[in-house]
Design a binder for this molecule. Structure first.
Ligand code: MG
Ligand code: ZN
Length: 234
């Protein structure tokens, strides 16, 4: 039975806002911050030929790299607090999404415990987060890759963010905000993309439209303009 809704339609259609974490919500990628301080020099360079040749996966390479990170969680969280930084306007973006009825999901290839620390400091621990996890210890860090990544993506041949966004998508327009390699594929699902850094360069090369951003105030303005039907991405 289909009930007639007594609730008025919202003035603007709800959106699904998918926001990357590292280098997007944070100013610096927390994985880089951690490896710069605690990683062993040359580990990644030594893995690179095997990675390029497809003999090991990106997950295996990351696991090897992080196994050399020998520090407990408190030390790691203090380091991230000190060095990662938070991009201006994230609190306002969350408030905007919540007051206008948009869903906001954080989609990260990074680590839940680190993300939770940063979000907790901001009072945003209630946000939905899709990510992997890292178990930090003095004996070496163990990475736990999420089951939420589904099967290998047919576009990029990796377990990418597309799966997690697909299963959450309920037909509303998608806005994606990101900066990195792990955002390439998923950005193609969005109706409106905000990009910076590597992702912006990659979209430029492909001739795909996006809106550049330095802070989340610009993202809010861009979303509002998009909702007014203005052409915001170029
Ligand atoms: Mg990123
Ligand atoms: Zn993909």
């Amino acid at each position: 039975m289909v009930a007639t809704s007594l609730v008025a339609s919202p003035a603007v259609a709800p959106l699904l806002l998918a926001v990357d974490f590292d280098g997007t919500i944070t100013m610096r990628d927390t994985l880089h911050v951690i490896v710069d301080e605690h990683g062993r020099d040359g580990v990644w360079d030594a893995l690179e030929p095997d990675l390029r040749a497809g003999r090991i996966t990106i997950e295996q390479a990351m696991s090897r790299q992080f196994s050399e990170v020998k520090a407990g969680p408190e030390e790691i969280f203090a380091l991230v607090r000190e060095r990662a930084g938070v991009r201006d306007g994230i609190l306002e973006l969350v408030e905007f999404a919540e007051s206008e009825g948009h869903r906001l999901v954080i989609m990260s290839a990074g680590f839940r415990s680190v993300i939770d620390q940063v979000l907790g400091d901001l009072g945003l621990q209630h946000l939905e987060v899709v990510s992997n996890e890292a178990l930090f210890s003095e004996q070496g860090c163990t990475l736990v890759f999420s089951d939420d990544r589904g099967e290998v993506c047919t576009l990029c041949d990796r377990r990418c963010k597309r799966h997690a966004l697909s299963v959450r998508h309920q037909g509303e327009p998608i806005v994606f905000v990101g900066d990195g390699i792990s955002d390439r594929c998923v950005s193609g699902m969005a109706d409106l993309v905000f990009a910076r850094s590597y992702l912006a360069d990659w979209l430029d090369e492909r001739g795909d439209a996006y809106v550049p951003f330095d802070d989340f105030h610009q993202v809010i303005e861009g979303v509002r303009a998009f909702q007014r039907g203005e052409q915001v991405a170029a």
